[in-house]
Write a protein that binds this ligand. Structure first.
Ligand SMILES: [Zn+2]
Length: 319
């Protein structure tokens, strides 16, 4: 059974017709106009256009599609197919998006948060094998998450389960988080926080870094550059990367203790830091797991990259 997946991002909508084995049979992408996220129409139009292009392409290959899934950034009421709130696309708030797209495309449409959809994509189609349960941390500017149990997305009672970036990991001297609270995982391991922590450390003693220059000279480095500097042996960057790995290990082990999933996966740009970084997370995690519970190589990197959201949205349609 083929299904259409629609992945609505902050800057573009991707759509694809996906086979039950996870291969993408037809694909399209439509950019979202900049600065129009507060309006509903541009996003809906882009989603319909991308979906229609993918459907037409599939049709020309003789492929039929009946079901569809859509992933959106924000809090959703999955049961009723409604967007509750979206920081990146506030124009979608309150809209019955599943119904709107269903009418426009003449397909049955299911709705999910984008990170939840990505988790489902990894569970169904990732190269870690078909998984019944997993926890996914999406590492970007901030940190999102998705939880799959018994092959289904855990949405929670109100729809905002798996806000993994906002689990509190620090009690004594918590850093402020973008959510308005303190000590969240995102305040330590989100890309934005890593850069902020690097600036603070440099302001304290810029001589501790040979690669990341004094803030006044190089005020705009990225989290990626912090990781690159650590690879070159820069002591300040190395400390920041270790702190980031520890924060992620705390997050992963908290989820292992809470849910005992088959796998905990990390996705996003930070996975480019490679197997050494993953092993660093695992080495911290081994010391944090309750005695008698084996990690058994359960903490890994996600495998689908940028296609996870699209594949997961299609998986949502299939399920
Ligand atoms: Zn927070």
């Amino acid at each position: 059974m083929n299904a259409l997946g629609i992945d609505i991002g902050g800057s573009a909508v991707k759509a694809g017709v996906v086979a039950s084995n996870g291969s993408i049979l037809a694909k399209s992408s439509v950019s979202l106009p900049e600065g129009k996220g507060h309006l509903p129409e541009p996003t809906i139009q882009a989603a319909v256009q991308a979906a229609q292009e993918a459907l037409h392409l599939a049709e020309s290959k003789g492929l039929a599609v009946v079901h569809a899934g859509v992933g959106v950034p924000g809090i959703v009421d999955a049961k009723n197919g409604r967007v509750i709130a979206s920081a990146n696309l506030p124009g979608l708030a309150g809209l019955p998006l599943a119904e709107i797209l269903s009418k426009a495309l003449q397909l049955q449409v299911k709705l999910a948060n984008d990170a939840n959809a990505a988790a489902l994509g990894e569970a169904h189609f990732g190269t870690n094998g078909k998984l019944d349960s997993l926890v996914l941390f999406t590492l970007g500017t901030g940190i999102g998450g998705g939880i799959v149990i018994d092959g289904k997305i855990v949405t929670g009672h109100h729809g905002y389960a798996a806000e993994l970036g906002h689990m509190r990991i620090e009690m004594s001297q918590p850093r402020p988080c973008g959510c308005g609270r303190w000590g969240c995982l995102e305040a330590y391991a989100g890309n934005k926080s890593i850069v902020k922590r690097a600036h603070e450390a440099l302001a304290e003693d810029w001589k501790k870094s040979s690669c990341l220059h004094q803030p006044a000279e190089n005020p705009k480095f990225s989290a990626e550059q912090v990781f690159d500097a650590a690879k070159l042996g820069d002591p300040l960057a190395t400390r920041l990367v270790e702190e980031t790995a520890l924060a992620l290990a705390v997050g992963a082990v908290n989820m292992i203790h809470a849910l005992d999933p088959q796998l905990v996966l990390f996705a996003g740009g930070m996975t480019a830091a490679g197997e050494d970084f993953l092993e660093l997370i695992n080495s911290f995690a081994r010391d944090l797991t309750i005695q008698g519970v084996s990690l058994e190589n359960r903490i890994r990197f996600a495998t689908l990259g940028a296609e996870a959201g699209l594949l997961g949205a299609a998986g949502l349609g299939m399920g």
